[in-house]
Design a protein around this ligand. Structure first.
Ligand code: PMP
Length: 289
């Protein structure tokens, strides 16, 4: 397997970074998780824009242009002969001395891993998955804005540990006010009262690329308007349908939350319709390898 590391393609075993890299020492860096489907890199410009925004927010200058990053991703996929892949693009603050000060790091580290995708098992898409509500709250925006896709995922990892302990694959994270923000690695939606509703980014939800796709698709293919509103766990428990979105998960139905079945406990027609339309879209909406 070939890895892109600071401008060069190297073998996996040789793709090593320093223990003094501030990405490792302090989680100081940003990243994107991207997919390619049958030779098309899905919504790459949108991912690169979000990466740029994350980097700006932490005052990190990415040492490559969007065109150069695009070329590097394509080159890595081709070197690994991958047409269907998960692409991890990471930019760290780079190597510096011990100590938080980012000025110690003169050159950001850029690497790209392309690998086969590990999706949720097929039965989750047919039967839905179970969630719990984590007791760990989502970071408050005034401390570390969840809009920044940074290498600091401990907040989400703590909630994921709660999910693991409960024996479920994902957990809902509430914000400090008690409203639903998102899951540990996915956005959340409900279908209720003839509308599709997802929490606004101001609630602490990442503006997911898959979330954006659902925002565009929903009114067109389901005839239901999409609105961004604060949601409580009560709204989730009493919804007609609930589903999650994310680059790795795509669109996945939710059957149960905190032991309460969502409606009949089976994936609903709106979720299934969105899953079908999403599958059509990924075939052409992106940049060719
Ligand atoms: N929320 C969080 C915390 C995430 O890490 C992700 C990405 N895995 C998402 C939502 C979904 O975003 P996207 O659709 O861009 O993958």
């Amino acid at each position: 397997m070939k890895i892109f590391l600071n401008g060069k393609l190297v073998e996996k075993e040789a793709a090593l970074i320093s223990v003094f890299d501030h990405g490792l020492l302090y989680g100081d860096g940003v990243f994107e998780g991207i997919r390619s489907y049958n030779g098309v890199i899905f919504r790459l410009p949108q991912h690169l824009r979000r990466l740029e925004n994350s980097a700006r927010a932490i005052e990190l200058t990415i040492p490559m242009t969007a065109a150069e990053l695009t070329a590097a991703i394509r080159q890595t996929l081709r070197a690994n002969k991958l047409r269907d892949a998960y692409i991890r693009l990471v930019v760290t603050r780079g190597v510096g001395d011990l100590g938080l000060d980012p000025r110690k790091c003169l050159k950001p580290t850029v690497f790209i891993i392309t690998d086969r995708i590990i999706l949720y098992p097929e039965n989750y898409y047919r039967q839905g998955l179970k969630l719990i509500t984590a007791s760990t709250r989502r970071n408050i925006p005034a401390a570390l804005n969840p809009a920044i896709k940074s290498l600091n995922y401990l907040n989400n990892i703590l909630a994921k540990i709660e999910a693991n302990r409960a024996g479920v694959p994902e957990a809902i994270m509430l914000n400090s006010q008690g409203y639903v923000a998102e899951c540990t690695g996915d956005n959340i939606f409900i279908v209720a009262e003839k509308r599709i509703i997802t929490p606004p980014t101001s609630s602490g939800a990442l503006d997911g690329i898959t979330r954006q796709v659902v925002r565009e698709l929903a009114p067109k293919v389901t005839g239901k308007p999409l609105s961004e509103e604060n949601l409580t766990t009560y709204d989730i428990y009493t919804a007609d349908e609930c589903f999650l979105t994310g680059t790795a998960a795509e669109i996945v139905p939710v059957s149960e939350v905190d032991g309460r079945k969502i409606a009949s406990g089976h994936p609903g027609p709106v979720t299934n319709k969105l899953i079908r339309e999403f599958k059509k879209l990924v075939k052409y909406d992106g940049v060719k390898i």
